[in-house]
Design a protein around this ligand. Sequence first.
Ligand SMILES: Cc1ncc(COP(=O)(O)O)c(C=O)c1O
Length: 397
Amino acid sequence: MALRSDLIYLDYNATTPVDPRVAEVIMHSLTFEFGNPSSTHAYGESASIALELARNQVASLIGASGSEILFTGSGSEADALAIRGTILAAKGAGLERPHVITQVTEHPAVLAACRELEELHGVTVTYLPVDEHGRVEPLQLERAITPETFLISIMHANNEIGTLQPIAQIAAIAKAHGVLLHCDAAQSIGKIPVNVDDLQVDLLTIVGHKIYAPKGIAALYVRNGIQLRPLVGGGGQEHGLRAGTENVVFALGFGKASELAGESLLDGETERLTALRDRLERLLREEMPDRVHFHGHPTERLPNTLNLHIAGVPALALLAAMSAIAASAGSACHAGRDEPSSVLIALGLSTVDALAAIRFSLGRWSTEDEIDQAVAHIVASVQVLDQEVTSLRTTQL
Ligand SMILES: Cc1ncc(COP(=O)(O)O)c(C=O)c1O
């Protein structure tokens, strides 16, 4: 395992280490599955069989069938394909001004796909607000539906705060109005059970590097019968919906990671992560009762994610001070940039509080001992920063 003993990894929402069992599958197939799945000889056939195995493994994690899984190179691509692909297909079929509904705390990949549709394709998009916990109000969503509404895109779990959206309720509304529902489940798969039939979604994004497979492989679940226009044309790969010779090796890695994720959920991974996250939350509250504030929904949330701010402590300063912990200020997409997270601003946080927000996200190798060490380290780092502020004020007097 590549995790360092001197650096506690609490950034599993940004990406996960590759599970050694996944790496083993990848290393083996890198040598033996070099064939092009489209070739008709035995090398090609072997690669094609391997690809279908991987497709079925990924499908089985979300209760889908292999024929409904389309491999992509990233979650961002899967989001773009779901949103642009369905809308452009609908336009091609004669729908003149399709309407899309999404919400303000979606991943930038979803928001960018929506903006592009608005700017280049005359599509109207409604961006729903969220409440102080980051949830969409289903009745408000229902009121936003017009006769032109063709697609709703709402994420399952938010990457920064972990808040879960009421997807099953939203799906019932979408169904009643004959509207397609895309759901970005990049952050929920592997952490809680995700089943396309329970959620009643039509399209679902899932991502390899959030479940211990490498970066550069993801998938879009597309319920049988839904029409998509490809973003990249050429060869007929992936049912003609994504041209390009398939990355069989990473697909196999994603397949193995999906199998392992399914097993670990059955083994109680959700409960284990919840207990660790609750321990982190409780200890921080005990240590800094008046200063620590948690963001996101108190119950409807991912088991592994804790987003918080410590009053008066800017996140980037705290991250720099606690050099033995790897965590994120806001989401990884905002990291290093001194601008507040739009997700936290959407929840109603002030700019100062949003700039103090840190996300701790736990995963497969997180332990109780690590949580205890992390808390001690956070508290000590806050004390150091407080002392620096005090001595600065004294020198200025
Ligand atoms: C909710 C969500 N959607 C989509 C993505 C994008 O995935 P990728 O990095 O593979 O493009 C991420 C990655 O952080 C995510 O958290």
